[in-house]
Design a protein around this ligand. Structure first.
Ligand code: DAH
Length: 358
Protein backbone atom coordinates (compact mmCIF):
# COMPACT_ATOMS: atom_id res chain seq x y z
CA UNK A 1 0.00 0.00 0.00
CA UNK A 2 2.71 2.33 1.06
CA UNK A 3 4.52 1.59 -2.14
CA UNK A 4 1.42 2.45 -4.20
CA UNK A 5 0.99 5.76 -2.38
CA UNK A 6 4.58 6.55 -3.17
CA UNK A 7 4.14 5.60 -6.84
CA UNK A 8 1.05 7.78 -7.06
CA UNK A 9 2.96 10.75 -5.60
CA UNK A 10 5.80 10.27 -8.14
CA UNK A 11 3.38 10.07 -11.08
CA UNK A 12 1.41 13.07 -9.83
CA UNK A 13 4.64 15.08 -9.65
CA UNK A 14 5.57 14.02 -13.22
CA UNK A 15 2.12 15.00 -14.50
CA UNK A 16 2.43 18.30 -12.78
CA UNK A 17 5.86 18.93 -14.27
CA UNK A 18 4.86 18.05 -17.87
CA UNK A 19 4.65 21.43 -19.59
CA UNK A 20 3.85 20.34 -23.13
CA UNK A 21 1.29 17.96 -24.57
CA UNK A 22 4.02 15.63 -25.82
CA UNK A 23 5.76 15.55 -22.41
CA UNK A 24 2.41 14.69 -20.86
CA UNK A 25 1.89 11.92 -23.43
CA UNK A 26 5.28 10.47 -22.43
CA UNK A 27 4.14 10.37 -18.80
CA UNK A 28 0.89 8.68 -19.83
CA UNK A 29 2.72 5.97 -21.81
CA UNK A 30 5.20 5.40 -18.98
CA UNK A 31 2.31 4.90 -16.50
CA UNK A 32 -0.70 3.54 -18.36
CA UNK A 33 0.79 2.32 -21.66
CA UNK A 34 1.11 -1.42 -22.33
CA UNK A 35 4.42 -1.57 -20.51
CA UNK A 36 3.75 1.33 -18.16
CA UNK A 37 4.39 1.04 -14.41
CA UNK A 38 0.70 0.90 -13.49
CA UNK A 39 -0.12 -1.61 -16.24
CA UNK A 40 2.75 -3.85 -15.13
CA UNK A 41 1.34 -3.83 -11.59
CA UNK A 42 -2.11 -4.79 -12.89
CA UNK A 43 -0.59 -7.83 -14.58
CA UNK A 44 0.65 -9.12 -11.19
CA UNK A 45 -2.97 -9.41 -9.94
CA UNK A 46 -3.39 -12.75 -11.69
CA UNK A 47 -0.64 -14.35 -9.69
CA UNK A 48 -1.90 -13.18 -6.29
CA UNK A 49 -3.84 -15.16 -3.75
CA UNK A 50 -7.56 -14.33 -3.62
CA UNK A 51 -7.10 -12.40 -0.37
CA UNK A 52 -4.26 -10.31 -1.74
CA UNK A 53 -6.21 -9.67 -4.96
CA UNK A 54 -9.22 -8.53 -2.95
CA UNK A 55 -7.14 -5.83 -1.42
CA UNK A 56 -4.80 -4.90 -4.29
CA UNK A 57 -7.43 -5.02 -7.04
CA UNK A 58 -9.47 -2.01 -5.92
CA UNK A 59 -6.31 -0.19 -4.83
CA UNK A 60 -4.66 -0.57 -8.26
CA UNK A 61 -7.87 0.21 -10.14
CA UNK A 62 -8.33 3.34 -8.01
CA UNK A 63 -4.74 4.40 -8.72
CA UNK A 64 -5.17 3.80 -12.45
CA UNK A 65 -8.38 5.84 -12.54
CA UNK A 66 -6.93 8.77 -10.56
CA UNK A 67 -3.80 8.91 -12.72
CA UNK A 68 -5.90 8.79 -15.93
CA UNK A 69 -8.07 11.59 -14.51
CA UNK A 70 -5.10 13.73 -13.58
CA UNK A 71 -3.60 13.30 -17.04
CA UNK A 72 -6.88 14.27 -18.70
CA UNK A 73 -7.26 17.38 -16.53
CA UNK A 74 -3.69 18.43 -17.26
CA UNK A 75 -4.21 17.80 -20.98
CA UNK A 76 -7.19 20.16 -21.09
CA UNK A 77 -5.24 22.81 -19.20
CA UNK A 78 -2.31 22.53 -21.64
CA UNK A 79 -4.65 22.76 -24.66
CA UNK A 80 -6.34 25.84 -23.21
CA UNK A 81 -2.99 27.49 -22.58
CA UNK A 82 -1.81 26.71 -26.13
CA UNK A 83 -4.99 28.22 -27.59
CA UNK A 84 -4.61 31.32 -25.42
CA UNK A 85 -1.03 31.75 -26.59
CA UNK A 86 -2.03 31.34 -30.23
CA UNK A 87 -4.89 33.83 -29.95
CA UNK A 88 -2.57 36.34 -28.31
CA UNK A 89 0.09 35.93 -31.01
CA UNK A 90 -2.38 36.15 -33.90
CA UNK A 91 -4.25 39.14 -32.60
CA UNK A 92 -4.95 41.76 -35.30
CA UNK A 93 -5.87 45.31 -34.43
CA UNK A 94 -8.36 46.16 -37.18
CA UNK A 95 -8.46 49.76 -36.01
CA UNK A 96 -4.83 50.38 -37.02
CA UNK A 97 -4.48 52.87 -39.93
CA UNK A 98 -3.45 51.65 -43.41
CA UNK A 99 0.32 51.35 -43.69
CA UNK A 100 1.47 54.69 -45.07
CA UNK A 101 3.85 53.07 -47.56
CA UNK A 102 0.99 51.20 -49.31
CA UNK A 103 0.85 53.36 -52.47
CA UNK A 104 -0.91 51.21 -55.10
CA UNK A 105 -3.22 53.14 -57.41
CA UNK A 106 -5.86 52.07 -59.91
CA UNK A 107 -4.86 52.90 -63.50
CA UNK A 108 -7.15 55.43 -65.27
CA UNK A 109 -7.96 52.79 -67.93
CA UNK A 110 -9.18 50.38 -65.24
CA UNK A 111 -11.05 53.19 -63.50
CA UNK A 112 -12.83 54.35 -66.66
CA UNK A 113 -13.64 50.75 -67.69
CA UNK A 114 -15.17 50.21 -64.23
CA UNK A 115 -17.14 53.44 -64.58
CA UNK A 116 -18.50 52.40 -67.99
CA UNK A 117 -19.39 48.94 -66.69
CA UNK A 118 -21.16 50.51 -63.68
CA UNK A 119 -23.26 52.76 -65.92
CA UNK A 120 -24.34 50.07 -68.38
CA UNK A 121 -24.86 47.44 -65.67
CA UNK A 122 -27.39 49.80 -64.10
CA UNK A 123 -29.15 49.89 -67.50
CA UNK A 124 -29.34 46.09 -67.58
CA UNK A 125 -26.33 45.22 -69.76
CA UNK A 126 -24.15 42.15 -69.17
CA UNK A 127 -20.39 42.13 -69.70
CA UNK A 128 -19.03 39.85 -72.47
CA UNK A 129 -15.42 39.14 -73.38
CA UNK A 130 -13.51 37.48 -76.21
CA UNK A 131 -9.95 36.55 -77.24
CA UNK A 132 -7.26 39.09 -78.17
CA UNK A 133 -6.03 36.77 -80.94
CA UNK A 134 -8.76 36.45 -83.56
CA UNK A 135 -9.30 34.94 -86.96
CA UNK A 136 -10.23 36.80 -90.11
CA UNK A 137 -13.82 35.55 -89.96
CA UNK A 138 -14.70 37.10 -86.58
CA UNK A 139 -12.65 40.29 -86.96
CA UNK A 140 -13.65 41.09 -90.57
CA UNK A 141 -15.67 38.69 -92.72
CA UNK A 142 -18.64 38.12 -90.41
CA UNK A 143 -18.70 41.87 -89.75
CA UNK A 144 -19.44 42.40 -93.45
CA UNK A 145 -16.01 43.54 -94.58
CA UNK A 146 -15.86 42.27 -98.19
CA UNK A 147 -12.64 40.44 -99.18
CA UNK A 148 -9.96 42.94 -100.24
CA UNK A 149 -12.12 45.82 -99.05
CA UNK A 150 -9.90 48.82 -98.17
CA UNK A 151 -11.44 48.95 -94.68
CA UNK A 152 -9.36 45.88 -93.82
CA UNK A 153 -6.24 47.89 -94.57
CA UNK A 154 -7.56 50.96 -92.72
CA UNK A 155 -7.33 48.97 -89.55
CA UNK A 156 -3.50 48.62 -89.70
CA UNK A 157 -3.82 45.02 -88.63
CA UNK A 158 -1.05 43.03 -86.91
CA UNK A 159 -1.11 39.65 -88.68
CA UNK A 160 0.59 36.45 -87.53
CA UNK A 161 2.61 34.23 -89.89
CA UNK A 162 0.30 32.42 -92.36
CA UNK A 163 -0.76 28.89 -91.40
CA UNK A 164 -0.34 25.93 -93.79
CA UNK A 165 -3.75 26.59 -95.34
CA UNK A 166 -2.72 30.21 -96.01
CA UNK A 167 -5.04 31.74 -93.38
CA UNK A 168 -3.58 34.21 -90.90
CA UNK A 169 -4.54 34.80 -87.27
CA UNK A 170 -4.43 38.43 -86.15
CA UNK A 171 -4.56 40.69 -83.10
CA UNK A 172 -8.12 41.95 -83.02
CA UNK A 173 -8.34 45.50 -84.33
CA UNK A 174 -11.58 46.23 -82.45
CA UNK A 175 -13.90 44.62 -79.89
CA UNK A 176 -16.57 44.07 -82.57
CA UNK A 177 -15.64 40.36 -83.14
CA UNK A 178 -17.14 39.67 -79.71
CA UNK A 179 -20.49 40.84 -81.15
CA UNK A 180 -20.22 37.95 -83.61
CA UNK A 181 -19.16 35.45 -80.94
CA UNK A 182 -22.09 36.49 -78.75
CA UNK A 183 -24.73 36.44 -81.50
CA UNK A 184 -23.54 33.01 -82.61
CA UNK A 185 -23.72 31.55 -79.11
CA UNK A 186 -26.69 33.28 -77.44
CA UNK A 187 -30.33 33.71 -78.31
CA UNK A 188 -31.73 37.27 -78.40
CA UNK A 189 -32.65 39.41 -76.56
CA UNK A 190 -28.98 40.37 -76.20
CA UNK A 191 -27.80 43.35 -74.20
CA UNK A 192 -24.05 43.35 -73.68
CA UNK A 193 -21.05 45.57 -73.34
CA UNK A 194 -17.63 44.28 -74.31
CA UNK A 195 -14.58 45.88 -72.70
CA UNK A 196 -11.18 44.76 -73.96
CA UNK A 197 -7.73 45.29 -75.45
CA UNK A 198 -7.43 46.08 -79.16
CA UNK A 199 -4.39 46.42 -81.45
CA UNK A 200 -3.39 48.50 -84.47
CA UNK A 201 -0.01 49.29 -85.93
CA UNK A 202 -0.04 52.98 -85.04
CA UNK A 203 1.83 55.20 -82.57
CA UNK A 204 1.73 58.96 -81.83
CA UNK A 205 0.42 61.31 -79.12
CA UNK A 206 -3.13 59.97 -79.44
CA UNK A 207 -2.44 56.43 -80.75
CA UNK A 208 -0.70 53.42 -79.19
CA UNK A 209 -0.34 49.97 -80.80
CA UNK A 210 -2.42 48.53 -77.94
CA UNK A 211 -5.46 50.41 -76.74
CA UNK A 212 -8.84 49.72 -75.15
CA UNK A 213 -12.41 49.78 -76.40
CA UNK A 214 -15.85 49.18 -75.01
CA UNK A 215 -18.32 47.80 -77.51
CA UNK A 216 -22.06 47.75 -76.96
CA UNK A 217 -24.64 45.49 -78.61
CA UNK A 218 -28.40 45.25 -78.31
CA UNK A 219 -30.38 42.70 -80.33
CA UNK A 220 -34.12 42.33 -79.95
CA UNK A 221 -37.29 42.05 -81.99
CA UNK A 222 -37.66 45.77 -81.63
CA UNK A 223 -34.59 47.96 -81.20
CA UNK A 224 -34.31 51.17 -83.14
CA UNK A 225 -32.21 54.27 -83.66
CA UNK A 226 -34.21 56.10 -80.95
CA UNK A 227 -33.15 53.49 -78.39
CA UNK A 228 -29.56 53.86 -79.57
CA UNK A 229 -29.62 57.66 -79.15
CA UNK A 230 -31.35 57.49 -75.76
CA UNK A 231 -28.91 54.89 -74.45
CA UNK A 232 -25.81 56.78 -75.56
CA UNK A 233 -27.06 60.19 -74.44
CA UNK A 234 -27.84 58.80 -70.98
CA UNK A 235 -24.36 57.27 -70.94
CA UNK A 236 -22.59 60.53 -71.80
CA UNK A 237 -24.43 62.49 -69.10
CA UNK A 238 -23.66 59.93 -66.42
CA UNK A 239 -20.08 59.38 -67.54
CA UNK A 240 -19.08 63.05 -67.70
CA UNK A 241 -21.19 63.73 -64.59
CA UNK A 242 -23.04 66.69 -66.11
CA UNK A 243 -26.82 66.89 -66.46
CA UNK A 244 -26.93 69.09 -69.49
CA UNK A 245 -24.73 68.13 -72.42
CA UNK A 246 -25.64 68.29 -76.07
CA UNK A 247 -24.82 65.43 -78.42
CA UNK A 248 -25.18 65.12 -82.17
CA UNK A 249 -25.16 62.17 -84.52
CA UNK A 250 -23.32 62.57 -87.84
CA UNK A 251 -23.74 60.11 -90.74
CA UNK A 252 -20.70 57.88 -91.14
CA UNK A 253 -19.71 54.53 -92.65
CA UNK A 254 -18.94 51.22 -90.97
CA UNK A 255 -19.31 47.93 -92.89
CA UNK A 256 -21.14 46.31 -89.96
CA UNK A 257 -23.85 48.94 -89.40
CA UNK A 258 -26.48 50.55 -91.62
CA UNK A 259 -27.18 53.36 -91.08
CA UNK A 260 -23.94 54.26 -89.31
CA UNK A 261 -23.15 57.39 -87.31
CA UNK A 262 -20.52 59.02 -85.20
CA UNK A 263 -21.62 60.70 -81.99
CA UNK A 264 -20.17 64.11 -81.12
CA UNK A 265 -20.33 65.80 -77.73
CA UNK A 266 -20.55 69.55 -77.20
CA UNK A 267 -17.46 71.05 -75.56
CA UNK A 268 -15.33 74.10 -75.04
CA UNK A 269 -11.60 74.46 -74.53
CA UNK A 270 -10.62 76.74 -71.64
CA UNK A 271 -6.84 77.03 -71.56
CA UNK A 272 -5.62 73.42 -71.63
CA UNK A 273 -8.86 72.10 -70.21
CA UNK A 274 -11.67 70.49 -72.20
CA UNK A 275 -15.09 71.31 -70.70
CA UNK A 276 -18.12 69.32 -71.75
CA UNK A 277 -21.69 70.61 -71.65
CA UNK A 278 -20.72 74.13 -72.72
CA UNK A 279 -19.33 75.95 -75.75
CA UNK A 280 -20.00 75.43 -79.44
CA UNK A 281 -17.37 72.89 -80.50
CA UNK A 282 -18.08 69.23 -81.20
CA UNK A 283 -15.86 66.30 -80.27
CA UNK A 284 -16.33 62.85 -81.77
CA UNK A 285 -16.39 60.20 -79.05
CA UNK A 286 -17.80 57.03 -80.57
CA UNK A 287 -19.01 55.16 -83.64
CA UNK A 288 -22.41 53.50 -83.74
CA UNK A 289 -25.27 52.33 -85.90
CA UNK A 290 -27.99 49.76 -86.59
CA UNK A 291 -26.53 46.27 -86.96
CA UNK A 292 -26.26 45.48 -90.70
CA UNK A 293 -28.71 42.76 -91.92
CA UNK A 294 -25.73 40.86 -93.38
CA UNK A 295 -24.10 40.70 -89.95
CA UNK A 296 -27.30 39.28 -88.44
CA UNK A 297 -27.48 36.70 -91.27
CA UNK A 298 -23.80 35.77 -90.80
CA UNK A 299 -24.66 34.94 -87.19
CA UNK A 300 -27.71 32.85 -88.09
CA UNK A 301 -30.27 35.49 -87.09
CA UNK A 302 -33.20 36.38 -89.36
CA UNK A 303 -33.07 40.15 -90.11
CA UNK A 304 -36.85 40.13 -90.63
CA UNK A 305 -37.29 38.91 -87.07
CA UNK A 306 -34.44 40.64 -85.21
CA UNK A 307 -32.73 43.99 -85.35
CA UNK A 308 -30.34 45.80 -83.13
CA UNK A 309 -27.86 48.56 -82.56
CA UNK A 310 -24.21 48.70 -81.63
CA UNK A 311 -21.47 51.12 -80.78
CA UNK A 312 -17.76 51.18 -80.09
CA UNK A 313 -15.73 53.69 -78.11
CA UNK A 314 -12.12 54.17 -77.10
CA UNK A 315 -11.63 53.84 -73.35
CA UNK A 316 -8.19 55.47 -73.29
CA UNK A 317 -9.51 58.51 -75.16
CA UNK A 318 -12.48 58.82 -72.80
CA UNK A 319 -10.05 58.65 -69.86
CA UNK A 320 -7.86 61.39 -71.41
CA UNK A 321 -10.90 63.61 -71.93
CA UNK A 322 -12.53 63.06 -68.55
CA UNK A 323 -9.39 63.33 -66.45
CA UNK A 324 -7.38 65.83 -68.54
CA UNK A 325 -4.49 63.51 -69.41
CA UNK A 326 -2.55 64.99 -72.33
CA UNK A 327 -0.48 62.13 -73.83
CA UNK A 328 -1.78 58.64 -74.48
CA UNK A 329 1.69 57.07 -74.61
CA UNK A 330 2.21 57.81 -70.88
CA UNK A 331 -0.67 55.41 -70.13
CA UNK A 332 1.57 52.47 -70.96
CA UNK A 333 4.98 53.80 -69.88
CA UNK A 334 4.69 52.03 -66.48
CA UNK A 335 5.92 55.16 -64.66
CA UNK A 336 5.04 54.94 -60.96
CA UNK A 337 5.08 58.75 -60.57
CA UNK A 338 2.55 59.13 -63.39
CA UNK A 339 0.30 56.52 -61.79
CA UNK A 340 0.66 58.19 -58.40
CA UNK A 341 -0.56 61.44 -60.00
CA UNK A 342 -3.33 60.17 -62.30
CA UNK A 343 -4.28 56.93 -60.50
CA UNK A 344 -7.33 56.26 -58.32
CA UNK A 345 -7.81 54.93 -54.81
CA UNK A 346 -8.44 51.19 -54.77
CA UNK A 347 -11.16 51.47 -52.14
CA UNK A 348 -13.24 53.93 -54.18
CA UNK A 349 -15.09 51.52 -56.46
CA UNK A 350 -17.04 53.43 -59.13
CA UNK A 351 -20.78 53.05 -58.63
CA UNK A 352 -23.82 55.11 -59.42
CA UNK A 353 -25.01 55.41 -55.82
CA UNK A 354 -22.03 57.18 -54.25
CA UNK A 355 -20.50 58.67 -57.40
CA UNK A 356 -18.37 57.49 -60.29
CA UNK A 357 -15.12 59.33 -59.74
CA UNK A 358 -14.91 60.50 -56.16
N1 DAH B 1 -15.37 48.85 -84.46
C1 DAH B 1 -15.33 50.28 -84.72
C2 DAH B 1 -13.88 50.75 -84.67
O1 DAH B 1 -13.08 50.15 -84.03
C3 DAH B 1 -16.13 51.02 -83.72
C4 DAH B 1 -17.59 50.76 -83.88
C5 DAH B 1 -18.35 51.57 -84.69
C6 DAH B 1 -18.18 49.69 -83.26
C7 DAH B 1 -19.70 51.34 -84.89
C8 DAH B 1 -19.54 49.44 -83.45
C9 DAH B 1 -20.28 50.28 -84.25
O2 DAH B 1 -20.16 48.42 -82.85
O3 DAH B 1 -21.61 50.06 -84.41
O4 DAH B 1 -13.58 51.76 -85.23
Amino acid sequence: MNELTQLEAVLAAKIDAADTESALEDVRVSALGKKGVVSERMKTLGKMSPEERKEMGPALNGLKARIADAIETKKIALEDAALEARLASEKVDVTLPVRPEAKGKIHPVSQVTEEIVAIFSAMGFDVAEGPDIEDDFHNFTALNFPPDHPAREMHDTFFFEPKEDGSRMLLRTHTSPVQIRTMMSQKPPIRIIIPGRTFRCDSDQTHTPMFHQVEGLVIDREAHMGHLKGTLEAFVKTFFEIDDVKTRFRPHFFPFTEPSAEMDVQYERVGNEVRFGQGDKWMEILGCGMVHPNVLKNCGLDPDEYQGFAWGMGVDRLAMLKYGIPDLRDFFAADARWLEHYGFDAVDQPNLATGLSR
